[in-house]
Structures are given as structure tokens and as C-alpha cells.
Design a protein around this ligand. Structure first.
Ligand SMILES: [Zn+2]
Length: 87
């Protein structure tokens, strides 16, 4: 049967490593000029160009500087206690 979705290697990775991959993807995306952030007002996740000096949330119209929109997959998030695995 044809494999679809994530590769077999990916499926066998511990969840923590998969989350660390998300951090690496975010860094690669930032290098290309895009960033994935959470709105500082409503918490929605959206993409923006890193060269923009002011961001506007497309879900609640909140406008502010980039520091008010934290990275969605910030470095170290995969170590966060909220993701402790029970295995
Ligand atoms: Zn918002």
C-alpha cells in the first residue's frame, strides 16, 4: 500500500523530537521572511512578513508592534511543562 502523510521515520520519532522539528521549521520560515505568531489580544495564530514594523491581527483587528505578537513556536517551547509526555 502506498504510504501517505509523514514518513515512517517521522512516525517513529519521539513526540518531543517532533516538537523540536517545529522550532526548526519556524526558524527556517523566519529566514525566508515569514513568521508564525500568536495575537497578543485574542490569541489567534497568523502569519506575517518579518519586515513589517506593525502587525494587524486578521481575526480581531488588533494593531501593535511585533513584540506584542509572540512567536507561535518559540525556541524552547518543546521543553514546556504543558507538553510533558507520560511515556
Ligand atoms: Zn487577534
Amino acid at each position: 500500500m502506498k504510504q501517505t502523510g509523514v514518513s515512517k521515520n517521522m512516525a517513529q520519532m519521539p513526540r518531543k523530537l517532533k516538537r523540536e522539528a517545529q522550532e526548526h521549521y519556524q526558524l527556517e520560515m523566519q529566514a525566508l521572511g515569514f513568521n508564525l505568531v500568536d495575537c497578543g489580544s485574542c490569541g489567534s495564530t497568523f502569519l506575517h512578513r518579518t519586515r513589517h514594523e506593525e502587525l494587524e491581527c486578521p481575526f480581531c483587528d488588533y494593531r501593535s508592534e511585533p513584540s506584542d505578537f509572540p512567536d507561535h513556536f518559540y525556541t524552547g517551547f518543546s521543553e514546556s511543562a504543558e507538553f510533558q509526555d507520560n511515556d
